[in-house]
Every structure is written in structure tokens, then in C-alpha cells.
Write a protein that binds this ligand. Structure first.
Ligand code: XMP
Length: 338
């Protein structure tokens, strides 16, 4: 009979037996898997673990601070915070092709991590938050069965060059098990049950060339959108309008959607404010419902919620005077815009 507390005890024992007194290094991304792996390994070996958090400046609003708050301050994990924003922005300058952007971000991530890892010459192990579906997917990739048309980056390729042994304590777990484990280990449920976030981050949500100025606008718009989704619960009226089922009444629209985010469009449109005209950027918002992310429907959010989101973004985010809602399904559109 499998239970989470006994899984934790066994995993802790296994990690201790595996690494002995060696030092372990882990790339913290802010995502659920690497976060849970860090919390678990820290529980097992404490200060023998060093996490390297590479901040590429393309994370969610205030996410860098939150990662440090959770791990360094709250859990007492040793975390090296590398602010690599300028390095990433520099390499992305002038690049507009989506796949080229992904490759640059993936490679810069590996370079920065490798540099930091190299400075911790004592480390013998590289820990990763690989979960069971990743194991399956990469097995598929080796036999040419990968169906992904986008290069989904992670820290693959590191072990060879760094000459480290791999520690992957989540290899046998499905995502829902990883989430339960995270809560068991004391991570904030709100963080553990977050929507997925792509590795290249806002790099693929800023269409075309990535600029720090655009990233800041997008982070703020996205934060407003997500806050409204979290704070707005489905009502009986929504159920009557067939926007949700009776059982879903009382749940937040964040929980009723699978993924939701803002997209920065490098396009200016005319608006009016007071006596004057404005000429500012457009932000698109997208919310989808899906089981497997291979196909997806756009979410039928209540008009009142969409209206509030639009008003707040335009009023609170400098540089934006128009908000549009994406009503495209996958296929033929993808979930991300790039
Ligand atoms: P698409 O846009 O292909 O997205 O419909 C399907 C799911 O994959 C995520 N996604 C990515 N995740 N690196 C990632 O780690 C990427 O380059 C990437 N591109 C898309 C997307 O957020 C959605 O959940």
C-alpha cells in the first residue's frame, strides 16, 4: 500500500545511500519538477545540495524573488541566484525566429549553468527533476517517435560535459504524484498546482524580437490576468450560461483553465485618453482548457471577467492601450503564439 509519507522516507533513504557524503548540484528553474526535486533532496542531504537558479529575465512577474524566498529563506536551501538577464537579452538582440530564440535561450541556459557548476568543483552529482513522462518522451525521441514540433528545452546534455553522475529522484512519478509530494514536503500548494510554463518563458510570448522593455510590460499584464483568474469564482449564473458545469460553481477560473497567459504583440494601435490620442502596444490574452495539451479549446470566460481584466491591464500597465482575447483552438493554432 503506497502512501506519500512512506514514499518520502524511502526516497530520502535512497538518496542518502546513493550520494553518501558527495556534493550535489541542481538547476532550479522555478518550475514544479525541479522545485520538488530540490525540496526532496534537501530533506535527504541538507547542505550537501547546492541549487543554481539561472534567472534569464523571462520569468513571471517577481518569480525570481519568489524562488529565493521559498528556497533560500523559507526552506534554508543553499541557492546561488544567477541574474543572467543581460546575457540572455544580449544574445537575443535582433533575433526574431521562434525556433532560433528557443535554441539561443536553451544554449545560454546550459552555458550559464555549466559555468556556475564548474565553479563548484566538488560536486559529483547533477540532480534533475526528470519525471516519468519525460523518461517515456525521451525514449520515444530516441526511436524517432517524438511528435513535438517545437524544441522543448531542458537541461539535457549537461551530464556529458560536466562529468557528473545523474540523480533523478522523481523518475518514477507522474505529475499529480510530484505535486502531492511537493505539498507533503511543505511547498506552497498554490505554486505546486500552477499552470505549466514553457522553458523559454516569456521569450516565446513576446512575438519577434525580445526586449527587456517588452518583458516588463508583459510580466505586469500577465500578473493582472492571473490575479483576476485566481480571484474570480464561477457562479450559478455562469453555469446557467453554460460556461461551466454545476459542479464547477465556486471554483476559481484559474482552476477551471489548464493554461492562461498574456502575449506581447509588438504592434501599436491608436487609443484615446482624456483629450489626447495614445499610440501604444497591444496585449493578447489566452486561456485554454485541455486534457493533454495536444489539443485544446479556448476557455469561455465570463464577459464580466474579460472586461475587468481588460480595464485593469489598460489602466495599470503603462504602454498598453488595447487588449484582445484569443479565440483560437488547437489545432489549428498552438497554445503558445510562437
Ligand atoms: P503548444 O504551443 O505547442 O504548447 O501548443 C503545448 C504545451 O507545451 C508548452 N511549450 C513548451 N514548453 N518549452 C517548454 O518547456 C518550449 O519550448 C515550449 N513550447 C511550448 C506550452 O506552454 C504548452 O503547455
Amino acid at each position: 500500500d503506497w502512501s506519500m509519507p512512506s514514499f518520502v522516507d524511502e526516497a530520502v533513504e535512497r538518496i542518502r545511500a546513493q550520494v553518501g557524503t558527495d556534493e550535489v548540484i541542481l538547476g532550479l528553474s522555478g518550475g514544479v519538477d525541479s522545485s520538488v526535486a530540490a525540496a526532496l533532496i534537501h530533506k535527504a542531504i541538507g547542505d550537501q545540495l547546492t541549487c543554481v537558479f539561472v534567472d534569464h529575465g523571462l520569468l513571471r512577474f517577481k518569480e525570481g524573488e519568489q524562488v529565493m524566498e521559498t528556497f533560500a529563506k523559507h526552506l534554508g536551501v543553499r541557492v546561488v541566484h544567477v541574474n543572467a538577464t543581460e546575457e540572455f537579452m544580449g544574445q537575443l538582440k535582433g533575433v526574431t525566429d521562434p525556433e532560433a530564440k528557443r535554441k539561443i535561450i536553451g544554449k545560454a541556459f546550459v552555458d550559464v549553468f555549466q559555468r556556475e557548476a564548474g565553479m563548484r568543483a566538488n560536486a559529483k552529482w547533477l540532480a534533475q527533476g526528470t519525471i516519468y513522462p519525460d523518461v517515456i518522451e525521451s525514449a520515444g525521441a530516441k526511436t524517432g517517435k517524438a511528435t513535438s514540433i517545437k524544441s522543448h528545452h531542458n537541461v539535457g546534455g549537461l551530464p556529458d560535459t560536466l562529468n557528473l553522475k545523474l540523480l533523478e529522484p522523481l523518475r518514477d512519478l507522474f505529475k499529480d504524484e510530484v505535486r502531492k509530494l511537493g505539498v507533503e514536503l511543505g511547498l506552497d500548494p498554490e505554486m505546486v498546482y500552477r499552470h505549466p510554463f514553457p522553458g523559454p518563458g516569456l521569450g516565446v510570448r513576446i512575438l519577434g524580437e525580445v526586449k527587456a522593455e517588452y518583458a516588463e510590460i508583459l510580466q505586469r499584464a500577465d500578473a493582472v490576468f492571473i490575479e483576476e483568474l485566481r480571484n474570480t469564482k464561477a457562479t450559478a449564473k455562469d453555469a446557467a450560461a453554460e460556461l461551466c458545469t454545476e459542479e464547477q460553481i465556486g471554483k476559481s477560473w484559474y482552476d477551471l483553465t489548464s493554461q492562461a497567459f498574456a502575449v506581447f504583440l509588438p504592434v501599436k494601435s491608436v487609443g484615446v485618453m482624456g483629450d489626447g490620442r495614445t499610440y501604444e502596444y497591444v496585449v493578447a490574452i489566452r486561456a485554454v482548457q485541455t486534457q493533454d495539451f495536444m489539443t485544446a479549446h479556448w476557455a469561455h470566460l465570463p464577459y464580466s471577467l474579460l472586461g475587468r481584466i481588460s480595464n485593469r491591464i489598460i489602466n495599470e500597465v503603462k504602454g498598453v492601450n488595447r487588449v484582445v482575447y484569443d479565440v483560437s483552438g488547437k489545432p489549428p493554432a498552438t497554445i503558445e503564439w510562437e
